[in-house]
Structures are given as C-alpha cells and as structure tokens.
Design a protein around this ligand. Sequence first.
Ligand code: FMN
Length: 104
Amino acid sequence: MYYGTLPGSVLSLMSRLQPWHAATFFLNQPLNLRHKKSAAILTAGGKGNQANANHHLSAFFRMVNAEGFLDHTACSPNTDTIPAQEDEQAIAAVIEIANWLNNG
Ligand SMILES: Cc1cc2nc3c(=O)[nH]c(=O)nc-3n(C[C@H](O)[C@H](O)[C@H](O)COP(=O)(O)O)c2cc1C
C-alpha cells in the first residue's frame, strides 16, 4: 500500500494491459481471455486503506477475467511495528491462497 492504494509500479503494470480493455470496449474485438483465479497479498505500514486497493484490483481482475481475490487476500497491515514475515495471520492467509491456487 502506497499513499492509500496500490504502489505505482503495480498500477503501471496494470496500465500496460489497457489495450485489452480497449479491444473489448472500443474496437469491439473482445479477446475471450481464459477464466482465471486471482488473489492479492497486501502490506501496509499502518494507515493503509484496503478499500482503495480493492477498488483498483477489482477493475483490473475483471478486465483480465480473473475472479476470487476478494475472498483470497492476505494483508499484513502494520509492517511499521510487525514485520510481514512475523505476522502469523498474514502468513496463514498466504498459505490459504497457495492451497486455493494449487488445489481449489
Ligand atoms: C511511498 C510510500 C507510501 C506509503 N503509503 C502508505 C499508506 O498510504 N498507508 C500505509 O499504511 N502504509 C504506507 N506505506 C508503508 C508501506 O505500505 C509499508 O512499508 C509496506 O510494508 C511496504 O511494502 P514493500 O516493502 O513491499 O514496499 C508507504 C510506503 C511508501 C514507501
């Protein structure tokens, strides 16, 4: 989480895929992307607003035909005081994501 949403580097990656959106809505040539699973791992220093990240991730994952991240998000929300690698709740959530991606 940077400035209350996803870091610029992640938003840049998403932006590079905007032609897929344009193919559907401007060129009327949808790409028929294969259905996929999506998950998210978030870290925040302590004031993070996950709602903003979810908003951006929802738009992006919908565009690439990926579902599930709202039920499969791991968040370590206080890295200023608890390093993510010591955040047992976040680690358990990451393990759940791995199991879901591999088996579910
Ligand atoms: C430019 C910048 C902006 C940040 N903005 C927020 C923020 O809005 N809310 C928050 O909770 N943490 C914020 N943080 C703290 C990061 O979310 C936290 O340090 C996180 O662990 C960073 O993960 P990373 O090491 O993968 O970049 C910010 C950090 C940076 C460098």
